[in-house]
Design a protein around this ligand. Structure first.
Ligand code: SAM
Length: 405
């Protein structure tokens, strides 16, 4: 395969790797690695079901992710257990980013470039249904796939948004305890997995990717709470998009410190290429967001226009939720109601996740495109409830518990 790689790319890798370059280039003749992550929201690592999955698919543990496994010569993506959300198909190296971000139950977390949902579902598994995850994707079609995957994985505490980073930053200043930015990149680490990926590669494309990554990072910084943690990851080897972007961030925002970086190399590890950097913002007023010098980073933006009202908060939604809960007491024993606000989008009833003592408010979301406003409970038609399957998959103990065996 090396013969079909762009010669400028090969030269770049020779300069980057020196005497390791030949070993690296030989790794292109090895088969790509394939993995899946067990979903702790639906089953546990020590469960009978997980033991069964390990046998069925010849699973072997991924060293850097306790729920991650390599699989053998099988097609787990076609099995009904995949449709049931018992696991998520994910390239093993990509599992390192959320392990390094280390989100905790009860926190407020943003996955800023989230589709199709590998990192979001990993984060949700670690949060165990407690706290708030906002999973955002800029492209509408991909945001829809993200929402479907969030539902398949039984996540009850995620809101899926379809916004630009600027739109979110205007709405959620200093809001998140942790932010995952799995940035769009030149994808050098994926050339073995997808030989067509290098068709798009060029030195100019790398420059464009680095500029875009910087634009997104500037917005991410605004949304991090003082003392918060930011994980930046790419699936490229390129220093311009990795270390140099992080150096630029540290220079522009002195309140950040670098907690650590990790690179996964296909010639040293069993995985495709990946880069992760974890940064922490200083605790204290405004720490994370103040740039070093005017013009070095972002300028202050004008206030957003008044939000357009899309979700209907308050009375009709609360009445809809009361109607749903009365139905669930009779028909869905074991359903655990959430504590967050109810929202109605037309006839669709959602329950917003709760954050600390208070719920994410409908006003905070109003005017954003939201493919999934928390847990879809059902559709309210006149006086009839049509329950959504998402509820059984996420909050109904008898349904979820059956998979824990
Ligand atoms: N985190 C995802 C996962 O683990 O499944 C993969 C994310 S992928 C590497 C990068 C994402 O960034 C893509 O879904 C892409 O649509 C999105 N993206 C592209 N341009 C963007 C931009 N300017 N701002 C934010 N996101 C962007």
């Amino acid at each position: 395969m090396t013969t079909s790689l762009p010669s400028t790319y090969i030269e770049q890798m020779r300069t980057l790797l020196g005497q390791d370059a030949e070993r690296f280039l030989l790794s292109y003749d090895e088969p790509r690695t394939q993995g899946l992550r067990i979903n702790p929201l639906k089953t546990e690592i020590g469960s009978v079901l997980t033991a069964e999955l390990r046998k069925m698919f010849d699973l072997e543990p991924v060293p850097w992710c306790s729920t991650g496994f390599y699989y053998g010569d099988h097609r787990p993506g076609r099995h009904p257990y995949h449709a049931a959300g018992l696991y998520y198909m994910q390239e093993p190296s990509a599992m390192s980013a959320v392990e390094m971000l280390d989100p905790q139950p009860g926190e407020v977390v943003l996955d800023l470039a989230a589709a199709p949902g590998g990192k979001s579902s990993h984060i949700a598994g670690k949060m165990q249904g407690q706290g708030l995850l906002i999973a955002n994707e800029i492209h509408p079609a991909r945001a829809k796939i993200l929402a479907e995957n969030i539902e398949r994985m039984g996540v009850s505490n995620a809101v899926v948004t379809n916004a630009t980073p600027d739109e979110l930053a205007a709405r959620f200043p200093s809001f998140f305890d942790r932010i995952m930015l799995d940035a769009p990149c030149s994808g050098e680490g994926m050339f073995r997995k997808d030989p067509n990926a290098f068709q798009e590669w060029s030195e100019d494309h790398v420059v464009m990717c680095a500029a875009r990554q910087w634009d997104i990072l500037e917005q991410a910084v605004k949304m991090l709470k003082p003392g918060g943690t930011l994980a930046y990851s790419t699936c490229t080897f390129n220093r311009q998009e990795n270390e140099l972007t992080i150096e630029r961030l540290l220079a522009a925002f002195p309140a950040f410190t670098l907690v650590g970086t990790e690179r996964i190399w296909p010639h040293d590890h069993r995985g495709e290429g990946h880069f992760v950097a974890v940064l922490r913002a200083a605790a204290g007023e405004g720490g994370a967001r103040e740039p070093q010098a005017a013009g070095a980073a972002h300028g202050r933006r004008k206030a957003e226009r008044a939000p357009r009202g899309k979700g209907q908060p308050a009375a009709p939604a609360a009445a809809g939720m009361a109607q749903f809960l009365a139905w669930a007491r009779e028909e869905l024993p074991g359903f655990a109601p959430g504590q967050g606000d109810a929202l109605l989008f037309g006839e669709a009833l959602y329950g917003l996740p709760q954050v600390g003592g208070s719920s994410l408010s409908a006003a905070q979301l109003s005017g954003l495109r939201i493919p999934r406003a928390g847990l879809h409970h059902g559709t309210i038609r006149k006086n009839r409830i049509e329950p959504a399957s998402a509820c059984a998959g996420a909050r109904c103990e008898p349904c979820v518990g059956a998979a824990r065996l």
